[in-house]
Ligand binder design. Structure first.
Ligand SMILES: [Zn+2]
Length: 133
C-alpha cells in the first residue's frame, strides 16, 4: 500500500491520493492549478480530497507537499466580473447612495443607521448639496 493512498480518507481525514493517482479513482477530481489551467475557479467549491507527493523543496514539513482536490463538474468558469454581476453591483451601489426618503442621489454612501436618508434631513439637502457642489 502506497503511504499516500487513502481513497476513503480513513487515515488522512479526506480521500488522499499520491500525485497523479486520483484520476484512476475519481476522474472528476482536480487540483486548483489544474482547474485554473482549464479556466475554472475553485470559488465556492468544497475540498473533496487531497493529493500528496514527496518534494525536497525547501520549507516543507517532512518533504511532503499536499494539494487540495475539488470536483471539476461543480467548478465554474473564472470570470472577473460578468456584465450582469457588474450591473447588479452598480445597482446596489446606487441604492446605497440614494436617499430612501426623497430619492436624492448622493456621491457618498448613506448610512443605514439613519435609515439611509439625507445626512442633514431631506428638507436641508438642497443647501448641503449646493455647498458641496
Ligand atoms: Zn432625502
Amino acid at each position: 500500500m502506497h503511504p499516500f493512498l487513502d481513497p476513503t480518507g480513513e487515515r488522512f481525514g479526506v480521500p488522499t491520493f499520491p500525485w497523479g493517482w486520483s484520476r484512476f479513482f475519481d476522474a472528476d477530481l482536480r487540483t486548483k492549478a489544474q482547474l485554473r489551467a482549464e479556466g475554472l475557479s475553485i470559488a465556492g467549491l468544497e475540498v473533496v480530497g487531497q493529493v500528496k507527493w514527496r518534494s525536497n523543496r525547501a520549507g516543507n514539513i517532512g518533504g511532503v507537499r499536499t494539494a487540495n482536490l475539488y470536483r471539476r463538474s461543480l467548478a465554474r468558469p473564472v470570470r472577473p466580473l460578468s456584465p450582469a454581476r457588474e450591473r447588479s453591483l452598480a445597482r446596489a451601489y446606487l441604492a446605497r447612495c440614494t436617499c430612501s426618503g426623497c430619492g436624492r442621489l448622493w456621491d457618498v454612501c448613506l448610512p443605514t443607521s439613519n435609515g439611509r436618508m439625507c445626512p442633514t434631513g431631506c428638507a436641508n439637502a438642497d443647501e448641503l448639496l449646493a455647498v458641496a457642489a
